[in-house]
Each structure stands twice: as structure tokens, then as C-alpha cells.
Design a protein around this ligand. Sequence first.
Ligand code: NMX
Ligand code: MLT
Length: 427
Amino acid sequence: MKLLKAKIEQRISSLCQEITEIYAKHTQQPIDTITIKHVLGGMRGMKAMVCNTSYVDPYDGLFISGYSVPQFEDKTPEEIFFLLCTGTFPSLEEQEELHQELQQRSEVPSYIWNLLRSMPSTTHPMTLFSMGILAMEELSVFKQKYLEGAPKSDYWKYSLEDALNLIAKLPALAAGVYKILFMNGELANNKLNLDLAGKFTHLLGVNNKDASFTNLMRLYLVLHCDHEGGNVSAFTARVVNSALSNLYYAASAGLNGLAGPLHGLANQTCLHFINSIHEQIGLDASLNDISSFVQTKLDSGQVIPGYGHAVLRETDPRFTSFMKFGDTYCSDSPYFKTVKKLYAVTPHILEKFKGGKISNPWPNVDAISGSLLYHYGITHFDFYTVLFGFSRILGFCAQNIMARGLNQPIIRPKSITNEQLKELVNK
Ligand code: NMX
Ligand code: MLT
């Protein structure tokens, strides 16, 4: 891992220098105002942390080290992990080194399979995925080195070890969860020399002769990799890791946040939503029928999954990227067609709903991702968030390697009571 390590070391050193200078000169300088809306409104929009792996612009969406979605959508998940960690795309030599590292570390310990098989068959796939990661915690190199008294300046190196060990096992773990819950539970040969997406589709054994499915998985794992520092799952992982809980603990915790319907589970609920349209109206529902369906859901107090966002204020570029893929490979899919019809009507309805109270009427990535997976035969909707999690762990790992490299302290904001809040506003 010499090459990757050297690049991360360089980046940490230059970011550290910048932060040290800013801190020395401007320690007390305000950069944002904390309002009552922030304190009572989930701190949304409040600038409260530094994250150098990626940034989300309200209109142009995700940027990784200055590269926008159209500029990196054709890369592999491995290249993206390298970019998240180092700020640069890897050379061919660097790619090869990373590939070999992942290949060597990919074996999932057999006790994990026994554990997952012992769970009820009704267990949600996210629960198994998160449990599998948590149960591998005993493999943590960071934990071992910490106990041995490793210096703080080396923490990021052991986080990187944990990150590579964890990421390497994700294709087998995610495919294993699918097979245990939805197929005969038999696991395929994990030793083949394939990239992360290729290995996953091979191990899954669904549609794996179709190269465009592996390309979809590559795109999927790239598009969900990171979304700056404050989203529920990444932030949770950061908070947990800030207590020096290792990356297995942090990733499992982050996934448990991703499992909520307002976050990653929205990709599953989107497919249920489309299914209800197909069942109640039919596969060739008209735009008018779909408008009425959406309006009825809103009037009954439900959220329209896949629409809205805490940061974005335009159509999510990740949605647009998947749309291009769908137009090329899935144009006959009834699920994809319904996604397009929803896109044609939903923003106009949301814009007007309750005097415009919804900040962003446009679709996010979850509005479309599941329809493409469904087209390729992954028909168990509740598995979709596992794939989101697989990808997002790349971001969790990169963010926490950086946090340890920059020696960021424990995250611990101050809370206040209603009484104290009243005193503050009446001052
Ligand atoms: N359908 C119905 N109501 C909505 C929607 C929606 N898609 N989006 C926002 N609202 C409501 C929201 O519930 C809130 O209502 P109330 O005042 O009664 O509490 C109001 O509009 C204002 O919310 P916003 O400020 O626009 O959005 P917020 O930042 O609070 O929430 C989401 C962002 C993403 C949680 C929200 O838009 C939502 O629930 N969307 C649907 C679920 C979804 O697609 N989640 C995936 C997000 C992306 N990801 O991958 O994680
Ligand atoms: C996303 O990928 O859209 C999220 O992680 C949600 C967010 O950024 O708040």
C-alpha cells in the first residue's frame, strides 16, 4: 500500500498545515451565525465541520476534489476511493496496487456466515449487513495498535488498514446477505481476480453474464460513495470514530442511520411507491393518473420518496447520471418508465404543496436507482439500501482516515434546555 499511503500522507500534511495556520490566526473568528432555526431544525445549513473528501453544492450537487458528477461518473469505485482519500485520481500503477491490496484482503471470516445464517429469515438485509461489519470488529488493526500504545500521528495509518480490510470484504458480504436471505444461501468463489463491482455481480449470481449490469454496479458504487460530512450516515460514522471507536464500529453505526426512510431506505420505498402505482393504476398509467396518485399521498400526510433534499435545490446530478444509463440500457423497463413519468409531474406538485413549504421539489438519487436494479433482476427492494451502504462506506472510510490524520478531536456539541433557550431569546 506504499503508493496510496504516500499520497495520503502528502495530503494530510498539506491540509494540516492549512488548518494549523487558520487556527493560529483566526481561532475566535465567527464563520456562521447559529440561529434558533438551526438549534431546533436539525442544524441544517449550519457550517459546523470540515470535510475535505467531498462537497455538495445546492445546485450542482456532489463534487469530489473539484470534480463534478459528469466528470467522475465513468470511473471505478476503486478510483473514487483513491480520489476521496488523496484528492487525485490514481495512476495505473496506483490502481494496480490498490486492486492487489483489496484482492488479498477479501476473505470474510467463516464465523460471520454462521452468525448471519442464525438470524430469522425475516431480518432486514441492512440489519445483516451492519451486523456482519460490526461482528468483524475484532479484526481491527487500529484497535490493536491503540492498545499497544501507537502514537497519535500513526492513527490514520491503522485506520487505512481497517478501511482496506473492510472495503475488500464488502462484495462478498453484500452478496452473501442477498444469498442467505433470498437465494439458497450458497456462497460462490470469492478468490477470482475481479474489481469490486465485478466481484459483487459474480458473487451475487444474478444476471452476471450481462456486462451492462456490472457497469451499472460500477456506476452505482461510484454515485453513492460520499455526500460531504453532515449527512446522517457519514456524520454518525464521524461522531462514533471521533471517540476513537474503530472503523468497523463507525461504519456499522453509519449504516444504521442510512437504514432510515428519510435517508438511504428511500430507494426501497421508491420501488414500493412505483409498485403501488402499477398495482392501483396499471403499467401504462397516464401523467394525469400519476399526478392524482402523488397528490393523494401528499394529502394523506405521506412523503413522496426520492424527492426533496436537505442540501440540494435542483435535480440531483446523480439522478441525471442514472437517467442517462437508463435511457441507454433500460428504456423498455416499466419501472424506469414510471420513474420518468413521476419526474415529469412530481416537482410541479411539490412546488405548490402547502404554499411551497417543501424546500426542494426535485428528485434525489433514490428516485431512480432502484428501478435500474429491478430491471437487472434484483427484485428484492429491501436489498437496495445495502448497495447504498456498500458504496457509502468508501466515504465513511476516507472521511475518518482524514479525521485521524488531522487529529480531529472528539465531536461533542453543547445542548441546552428549554429554560436556557427562553433565557437566551429574552436577553
Ligand atoms: N414529500 C412530502 N413532504 C416533503 C418532502 C417529500 N418528498 N420533502 C420534504 N417534505 C416536507 C417535510 O417533511 C417538511 O414537512 P413538515 O414541515 O411538515 O415537517 C417540509 O416539507 C419541509 O422540509 P424540507 O426543509 O423541504 O426538507 P428537509 O430538509 O426537512 O428533509 C428530506 C429532507 C430528504 C428528509 C425530505 O425531503 C424527505 O423526506 N424526502 C423524501 C425521502 C427521501 O427521498 N430521502 C432521501 C434523501 C437522499 N438520500 O439519499 O439520503
Ligand atoms: C445523499 O446522498 O443524498 C445523502 O447522504 C443525504 C444528504 O446528503 O443529506
